[in-house]
Structure formats: structure tokens, C-alpha cells
Ligand binder design. Structure first.
Ligand SMILES: [Fe+2]
Length: 334
């Protein structure tokens, strides 16, 4: 019981390390030399106290005095495409390394039954998962990471990213919550392995704590942020939202050229939103009805534009459409 309590305090502290501002360098649960001979003490010390520390320092520098200062690290990363390179690279660097330290151990624990079952049903065996991760890590050109992630539909997926990107970010081809990451930047292995990335990738399995990965798997499946990622990855919703914003807001200021010029585009985006499959957890009858209403609304505006209706009529319909769109946004929040 006491042990569970201590572990739970330690995990809460880990969360704090990642979420609290200013961000701070997490302490490791083992000594730098503890992972030898698989990862040498000097590499571990430089990696943690210099490289990871630099991501933390530069992240804090990038957000101090800005609105981003109050955001959680996941919130900083999710719209990475719209953030500065400094935030994208350093938030990713801090998050990725924090996860990396937690899934390594001098005395690795076994995978849980639940995780093993998921691995076997997705990849056939733990061995084939390791092979896929090794391939993802060894074929990553230049610096980056190999990942095992939990996708919004709760599936396990292997992929890799360049630099310090990860699947939480909108710049990543695969989206989800990372539960296992292998650092393939040269700073992770060069002192001991030089150019032999393959030898480092063979050795890392000796210190990979599958028990810690299993715990992250169970947590990721219930992480509310998974739904945020799912909504963010709903391309048709994002695309429609963009045209809506770029036509409705000018109209509010009396500028009707954008809506008159782009109504055709808006109708086609509304069709895609209505006709394409929705992400699993949003696919409800209410949501289907809401996207049908949106499509009907855009088609009505299209008719008004064709008939060269006056701005007042156009604004009334556009306001209604905007309100209807917020119904979808509201449904997404539940
Ligand atoms: Fe690293």
C-alpha cells in the first residue's frame, strides 16, 4: 500500500514537471551510470543536464510574458504548425525527453496483460513490435524519434517523426498520444556507439521498461486530451471552419466580397464535412443532423448569392449558419 502511495506521488510529480510553468527539468529515477553498459553514464549525464535542460530553458524563454505562458505543454504542442519554431522544437524536446527517461530502467518490469494483448492483436507479437520500432528508428533520416502511440480510436501505431516533433502536434502525419519513444538524435548514442545507430537500437531493448509503457498505454486510452487530438485531426471540420471564419468575420464588418466569392468553396467543404466518415467518437445522430443543417445552410446562401440578394438577407443566413456551426463545436466538447 505504502509503495503504491509513493509511486502515485512520484507520478503526480512527473505530471507537474511536464505541466507546470516555468517548466523544469525532471529528476531521473536512476543514476546516470545505471543503464550501463547499454547507455553509458556520460551520454546520460550530457543528454539530461545539457540537451534536455536546454529545451527547458529555451521553452521558458520562448513563452515568458506571452499568452502561451499559462498553457499546458500539450496545448503548446497541438497547434505546432502555428507556433514559433522555438516553441515547437523546445516544447517537443521537453515532452519527448521527459517520456524517454520514464520508459527506461536499469531493472525493467514486464508488460501488463492488457498491453501484451493489445500488442499481440495489432502486431502479432512483442518481437514484431520491436522490429517495427527498430525499422522506424533506423530509417529515420537525420535526427528524430521512433514512436509507439495510442490513436484517438485507441489503436496502437508505430511511426517516426523528425527533429522534436511528436504525434500530439498537428504537423505529425500520425496523431495520438505517445507511450514509447526512442531518441535517435546522435546525442543519444554517439559517444558510445559513434555512427552505429543499429547497435544502440539493439542495446536499448535491454533497458526498455515495458511495465512503464503498459502504464502509459492504460493512461493514454483514458486521457481526455485524446479527444482533443481527435477533433483537431478532423480535417473536414477544420477546413470548413477556416472558410466559415474567413467569410463570416469580414461580413460582420460589412465586407461581403469574401462570402460572395467563396460560397462555392464553402458548399464543397460542407459536402465533405457531411458526406465523409466522422471520427469515431463524434459519429452520433446529433452530429449527423448538425452537419446536414450546415450543408443546407450553405446551399441556401449559395442560392442567395446566385440571385444577387442584398447584404441584409445574406447576413441573416450567414449568422444562422455561424450559430449552427457552433452547435457542432458544442457537440464536440461533450
Ligand atoms: Fe535527445
Amino acid at each position: 500500500m505504502k509503495k503504491i502511495f509513493i509511486i502515485s506521488i512520484a507520478l503526480t510529480m512527473c505530471d507537474m514537471f511536464v505541466n507546470a510553468q516555468p517548466f523544469t527539468l525532471p529528476k531521473l529515477n536512476y543514476e546516470y551510470k545505471a543503464l550501463e553498459p547499454n547507455i553509458d553514464a556520460q551520454t546520460m549525464e550530457i543528454h539530461h543536464t545539457k540537451h534536455h535542460q536546454a529545451y527547458v530553458t529555451n521553452l521558458n524563454k520562448a513563452i515568458v510574458g506571452t499568452k502561451a505562458e499559462t498553457l499546458k505543454i500539450e496545448e503548446l504542442m497541438i497547434n505546432a504548425s502555428k507556433r514559433s519554431d522555438a516553441i515547437r522544437n523546445n516544447a517537443g524536446g521537453h515532452y519527448n525527453h521527459s517520456l524517454f527517461w520514464e520508459i527506461l530502467s536499469p531493472s525493467p518490469s514486464e508488460a501488463s496483460m492488457e498491453f501484451t494483448k493489445a500488442v499481440n492483436s495489432t502486431f502479432v507479437s512483442m518481437d514484431s513490435l520491436k522490429k517495427l520500432l527498430t525499422t522506424a528508428a533506423s530509417t529515420r533520416f537525420g535526427s528524430g524519434w521512433a514512436w509507439l502511440i495510442v490513436t484517438p480510436d485507441k489503436k496502437l501505431v508505430v511511426h517516426s517523426t523528425g527533429n522534436q516533433d511528436n504525434a500530439i502536434m498537428d504537423v505529425s502525419e500520425k496523431r495520438g498520444i505517445p507511450i514509447l519513444g526512442i531518441d535517435v538524435w546522435e546525442h543519444a548514442y554517439y559517444l558510445k556507439y559513434q555512427n552505429k545507430r543499429g547497435d544502440y537500437l539493439t542495446a536499448i531493448w535491454n533497458v526498455l521498461d515495458w511495465g512503464a509503457v503498459s502504464k502509459k498505454y492504460a493512461e493514454a486510452k483514458n486521457n481526455p486530451f485524446l479527444k482533443v487530438i481527435e477533433k483537431d485531426a478532423w480535417k473536414e471540420l477544420k477546413d470548413f471552419h477556416m472558410v466559415m471564419a474567413q467569410t463570416f468575420h469580414p461580413a460582420e464588418e460589412g465586407k461581403f466580397e469574401p462570402i460572395r466569392e467563396r460560397i462555392g468553396e464553402m458548399v464543397s467543404k460542407a459536402k465533405l464535412l457531411n458526406n465523409n466518415p466522422m471520427p469515431t467518437s463524434f459519429a452520433t445522430p446529433e452530429m449527423k443532423k448538425a452537419t446536414e443543417t450546415i450543408l443546407k445552410g450553405t446551399e441556401e446562401i449559395n442560392k442567395l448569392v446566385s440571385k444577387k440578394a442584398d447584404n441584409k438577407k445574406l447576413m441573416d443566413k450567414l449568422t444562422k449558419l455561424h450559430d449552427d456551426f457552433h452547435v457542432i463545436q458544442g457537440l464536440c466538447e461533450h
